[in-house]
Design a protein around this ligand. Structure first.
Ligand code: NAD
Length: 492
């Protein structure tokens, strides 16, 4: 498929409030980049407190009417949203790649998953929004439970899936009768801005059902504290996820708060490496390692190490680095120069603690784009579970290879070697090992011979321990987050 021509500059981003685009009166604007070229392609306002208030008030006014729009009518907007996303998929994928850096194919995947969430929201509205009833709980007395929408929700989003992550929540919230204020990442705000523009032009949601404000900590805190905001969905790093969860609690708000990750991939001696290798490589280096479901620690069990490294290291080293819009590129840059420096710092720290570089991407260059934030795939061998590089989230194209004697030891590293529990995967041809792993690994998502255990939108998505704060999860689980159960007892 052919990419559409990218714009060079998106200028100053506006805010979308009450169905209208408006200039922000912000005192602070930050640059947003094309990480492959290093060029500034837009300027993000850090919205004023009053602007946050206007967005929430627009959401609240819209809610008073939107909640009474018959669900069958609300679903029609989602059908239009799906059509719009399908029609503009290439254009959106281009903006996504331009602002995030991932390859065009990865951007298409991001959007396909966004669309899948729209489809599932349509189905969920028909099936899961229904309440239940029971007659005769006492003579002549019946009881019924209805699921009611609550009001305005705010969706706070990370940089790495600029459209898919807002779409874990947005279609469900609006189809259930709530309204939303989206706060995209201040690093990659353009793709969601583009989606909002398309929604305004082609979906024509009633004003105030969807609002978009930009900014950082102050905006998020202002949103959570606002009297009319009923809940927050947050996806981002663990320290902020924890802080957001705490703040939501202090204000008596609902929260789904997804944090960071440090995912372990276990290779058993009986793993079928030939069929699995491309999948394992993509787990570590897809999206340049900037996925909450990216492999980070490779746990080589027993004598699997040498055969694994013989295949893994050359496959990683030959990944073609470049601008995601260019043909044949397999890995894009990191999202920012700061992210690149952070990941390189972890490589240095691993080497200083005694690991050896089996392949080192720090010297990789993309001559056509000298200003890009590129870092080649890097594999550190001889890592141990007490090294910083194996315990902390790196979020980049770095694989740390740790040898373990038995599956038990690998599970110990997964459960106690890091504070995170987003995903754990095993490659094996033994059903017994796979089952033991599934039961004992303390992570919210388990992969068996799959390196990115991304569930479909009709399953809950969330991690454990520092990877998640809350009870209900993203995707389909959020039906109960965006509605409240009202129970009526009647006697006539
Ligand atoms: P981040 O925590 O820096 O930012 C996330 C969002 O929070 C952004 O919108 C940002 O503007 C806002 N923010 C930043 N500091 C804040 C503060 N002090 N108070 C309130 N809001 C604040 O995360 P990021 O760098 O954009 O994204 C990468 C992180 O997200 C990684 O840790 C990754 O593992 C995680 N992530 C997790 C999941 C998941 O499902 N668990 C999915 C994707 C990404």
């Amino acid at each position: 498929m052919q990419a559409v021509e990218p714009r060079r500059d998106y200028g100053k981003l506006q805010l979308f409030i009450d169905g209208v685009w408006r200039e922000s009166g912000a005192h602070e604007f930050r640059d947003t980049f094309n990480p492959a070229t290093g060029e500034v392609i837009g300027r993000v306002p850090f919205s004023l407190h009053e602007e946050v208030g206007l967005a929430v008030e627009a959401g609240q006014r819209a809610f008073e009417k939107w909640r009474y729009v018959p669900i069958i009518e609300r679903i029609k907007y989602l059908f239009r949203l799906k059509d719009t996303m399908e029609k503009h998929l290439e254009e959106l994928a281009t903006v996504n790649t331009q602002n995030h850096g991932k390859t065009l194919e990865e951007s298409r995947g991001d959007l396909r998953r966004s669309i899948e969430n729209v489809e599932v929201a349509i189905g969920a509205a028909y099936v899961l929004a229904k309440g239940e009833s029971l007659d005769q709980i006492a003579p002549g007395i019946d009881v019924a439970m209805n699921k009611e929408p609550l009001g305005v929700f705010t969706l706070v989003c990370p940089f790495n899936f600029p459209v898919m992550i807002p779409f874990w929540f947005l279609p469900l919230a609006i189809v259930l009768g709530d309204t939303v204020v989206v706060k995209p990442s201040d690093i990659t705000p353009l793709p969601m801005q583009w989606v909002a523009k398309l929604i305004q032009e082609e979906v024509a949601l009633p004003p105030g059902v969807l609002n978009v404000v930009h900014g950082g900590k102050d905006v998020v805190e202002g949103l959570i504290a606002h009297r009319d905001v009923k809940g927050v969905t947050f996806v981002g790093s663990s320290p902020v996820a924890r802080q957001v969860y705490k703040l939501a609690g202090e204000h008596g708000k609902r929260a789904i708060s997804n944090g960071g990750a440090k995912n372990c991939i276990v290779i058993m001696p009986d793993a079928d490496l030939d069929t699995s290798m491309s999948n394992i490589v993509s787990s570590f280096f897809g999206n340049a390692g900037q996925r909450c479901l990216a492999g980070a620690n490779l746990l080589a069990v027993g004598d699997s190490h040498d055969a694994f490294m013989d295949k893994f290291v050359p496959a990683a080293a030959k990944l073609r680095l470049g601008y995601g819009l260019d043909e044949g590129v397999q890995m894009g840059p990191l999202v920012s120069e700061k992210a690149r420096e952070r990941v390189m710092g972890y490589v240095d720290s691993g080497l200083a603690e005694g690991a050896k570089a089996a392949t080192d991407g720090r010297g990789a260059r993309v001559p056509e784009h000298p200003g890009g934030f590129f870092l080649g795939a890097t594999v550190l061998d001889g890592v141990t579970s007490d090294m910083k590089v194996s315990r902390e989230e790196v979020f980049g194209p770095l694989a740390s290879v740790i040898r373990t004697e038995k599956l038990d030891d690998a599970i110990e590293v997964i459960n106690n070697g890091t504070a995170f529990g987003n995903m754990a995967c095993i490659y094996t041809s033994s059903g017994r090992s796979a089952r033991e792993f599934r039961v004992r690994a303390d992570a919210g998502n388990i992969g068996v011979n799959i390196g990115v255990a991304a569930p479909s939108a009709y399953y809950a998505f969330g991690g454990r321990r520092d990877s998640f704060y809350g009870v209900l999860h993203a995707q389909i689980d959020a039906v109960d987050f965006f509605t409240d159960k009202k129970v009526t007892i009647s006697k006539w």
